[in-house]
Design a protein around this ligand. Structure first.
Ligand code: IVH
Length: 668
């Protein structure tokens, strides 16, 4: 039976490769699913042949490595960036100064805009995947990476593969998936990803293989190391071919250039053509092709001297300004938003762009009907960055008039001294201010309540929720009356609201939406003043003593607590059971040194603690946690369902395996 199972695994791996790496499927989805089912059944029947790298295990396990830091065998360097052709010429001159050869070859590659990844294979089998982290240490994301179909779990090669190889590349999200995911998020009212890079990073860092499998990022590999150097060809371009033959997806538009002019041609060519690619590229990477020459050039502390990245300028396009809307934000600030004829910009269709404030409009002397230049930075909302007054014709004559009353509630607008902002002072009754405050309260970094903006609008519109504290009075019976809600969804939202009461104090503080108090300031305040009551009685001077808090922020905090409606809001939150002070347990870091000098690997499911809790106990008692077993491991703490591979490795290396209870007795 072992052969049959192995044969099915190989067959499925081949189909996966054809589909995800080569993009040429050789069987139908139905046939593929049938083979997978057959393998799953056999694996269940014969658990002794379990293999964590079976194609059934791509999303097979929820046991992820959440945040475990691992040192890279070789630092993951970054590239020095250049923004002009002069920079590129200067780079090639520097190379020529060191290398006195007539022709130097450069491998020019598209710079894929995702997150970099390092994947380690032992005996041709995927062992571990690490993020770049700070370049020295990355995070273990093996389970997530296993769920990326274009990464082989086992290398494809007839040749003898060195014992250990490391492959590096970029995980990206193609535009198509990016758009689909954002559409899906818009439907359920989740915050949109600003760009595919953020989407990939958000996906991998969730430590959920199932989420990775759903979002379908892809990985393109561009670099390989091996402990046996004779395995590797002597140039980057040949190594990329090797990567391809080992089963990796590699980017096919790279080119070997033999002169600076050729490099510049390549850059120019892709500046416009990159819009047609299925994924985002933010530049071109230029690498000296021959490894021998790379070694001669060497490295700086941060980046190799043999490579440089040319970054394309932010994409800028022109369109016609057909209107201006005035949006009222959470704190009452009125922001003008330009409405334009739709244009394609960095992979998305753009109709609205920020105009910042009244002064900005005035300084550009902007008129309706003008042709404007639009740019997209790292944010979701693009900006209007210029106006083509030279193209202005009779159609573009009407100046843009800033309203004198709030477009939402009619209250006369006020201009804030010293800042350019104009705002609506009616914070108690202006609907978008209240709705946006509730949205902020529920957002991911605040109370993380799973609720969309439409639902909040409806709750407010129906008078069921007047401020965020009313959320805690809602029952499933209330929620089921909402548009699109059924029993299950009502219960889910109810649970999400109920669960949010255990949110730590610093996040509740952030959720209050005190003007000028962002996530970081909230953390600083919570660290210094252990309860909200304590913050509320501080003077401006004592608030200013907190590092990072200046007079403006302190004044805003003081002002907030002086308003009766805010203190009564806080009292209602208190009554709902929210945490308004530092929890003593989380503060008590037990500082025993009982596990000093010991390194543990934690595997399996435990009865009285979660895996994260066990890991925390280890570090609190002076020990270290590692994700994979090596000769440096002192003990393996094993719960139920410990992976057979880990078991075998521990036995091989003679490392003691202890139970949860054994472990607890070590520290008590
Ligand atoms: S080579 C030391 N090649 O850009 C060489 N990097 O700024 C390191 N990137 O961290 C990388 N496409 O995440 C290389 N074709 C490519 C790339 C590429 C994207 C990313 C990578 C790296 C960053 C460097």
């Amino acid at each position: 039976m072992k052969e049959k199972i192995e044969q099915l695994r190989e067959e499925l791996n081949n189909h996966n490769y054809n589909y995800y790496v080569l993009g040429v499927p050789t069987i139908s989805d139905i046939e593929f699913d049938a083979l997978m089912k057959e393998l799953e059944t056999l694996e269940k029947q014969y658990p002794e042949f379990f293999d964590p790298l079976s194609p059934t295990q791509r999303v097979g396990s929820d046991l992820t490595e959440k945040g475990v830091k691992v040192k890279h065998a070789r630092p993951m360097l970054s590239l020095s960036n250049s923004y002009s052709f002069e920079d590129v010429v200067a780079f090639s001159n520097r190379v020529k100064e060191t290398i006195k050869e007539d022709t130097i070859e450069y491998n020019t590659e598209l710079k894929l805009d995702g997150i970099s990844i390092s994947v380690i294979y032992e005996h041709g089998r995927l062992l571990q995947a690490l993020t770049r982290g700070d370049g020295e240490q990355g995070e273990d994301v093996t389970s997530s990476v296993k769920a990326i179909s274009s990464i082989p779990l086992k290398l494809r090669s007839g040749n003898k593969i060195p014992e250990r190889i490391e492959v590096r590349g970029e995980i990206i999200l193609p535009w198509k998936r990016f758009k689909e995911i954002n559409e899906e998020r818009a439907r359920v009212g989740e915050e949109l990803f600003a760009n595919p890079r953020n989407a990939v990073s958000g996906t991998i860092k969730q430590y959920s293989p199932a989420l990775v499998a759903h979002r379908k990022p892809e990985a393109y590999m561009y670099y390989i190391y091996a402990d046996d150097a004779s395995f590797l060809p002597q140039s980057i371009s040949e190594r990329i071919k090797l990567l391809h033959s080992l089963g990796f997806k590699t980017e096919s538009h790279g080119k070997v250039c033999r002169s600076t002019d050729e490099i510049l041609e390549f850059i120019k060519h892709w500046e416009s053509k990159r819009d047609d690619l299925p994924f985002a590229t933010d530049g071109i990477v230029i690498k000296v092709d021959e490894i021998r020459l790379q070694e001669e050039l060497g490295l700086t502390a941060k980046s190799p001297k043999w490579a440089i990245a040319y970054k394309y300028p932010a994409e800028r396009k022109e369109s016609k300004l057909i209107g201006v809307e005035f949006q009222v934000g959470r704190t009452g600030t009125v922001t003008p938003v330009g409405i334009m004829d739709p244009l394609h910009l960095s992979g998305t269709i753009v109709r609205r762009a920020s105009l910042h404030n009244a002064d900005y409009i005035k300084s550009m002397d902007l008129r309706l009907g003008d042709i404007v230049a639009v740019e997209k930075g790292g944010e979701i909302i693009p900006k209007i960055v210029g106006v083509r007054t030279d193209l202005r014709n009779d159609g573009a004559t009407s100046p843009i008039v800033f309203p004198s009353n709030c477009p939402e509630c009619g209250t006369p607008l006020v201009r804030k001294e010293d800042v350019a902002a104009i705002y609506c002072p009616n914070s108690t009754e202006c609907p978008p201010q209240i709705i946006n405050s509730i949205e902020h309260f529920c957002s991911r970094k605040a109370l993380n309540i799973n609720i969309g903006p439409e639902t909040i609008k409806e709750l407010y519109g129906k008078g069921m929720v007047k401020d965020a504290s009313d959320l805690y009075t809602l029952t499933p019976m209330h929620l089921i009356q909402l548009k699109g809600f059924k029993e299950r969804s009502a219960l889910k939202l109810y649970d999400s609201i109920k669960d949010s009461v255990s949110t730590p104090y610093h996040r509740v503080l952030y959720a209050l939406g005190i003007p000028q108090v962002g996530e970081t300031t909230a953390k600083l305040l919570a660290q210094r003043f252990k309860s909200l009551d304590n913050i509320s009685i501080q003077t401006i001077e004592s608030l200013c003593e907190v590092e990072g808090i200046g007079e403006i922020v302190a004044g805003s905090i003081r002002g907030y607590f002086q308003e009766e409606r805010h203190t009564s809001f806080i009292n209602r939150l208190k009554a709902a059971g929210l945490k308004l002070e530092v929890e003593t347990t989380s503060e008590q870091t037990i500082t025993s040194k009982k596990l000093d000098g010991m390194t543990f690997v934690v595997s399996g499911i435990f009865s009285s603690h979660s895996r994260d809790e066990i890991k925390e106990l280890i570090t609190q008692n002076g020990g270290k946690v590692a994700s994979s077993i090596s000769s440096k491991t002192s003990k393996v703490i094993a719960g139920e369902n410990m992976g057979p591979q880990k078991l075998e490795k521990a036995n091989q290396l003679n490392i003691p395996i202890i139970s949860e209870d054994d472990f607890l007795s070590l520290i008590h």
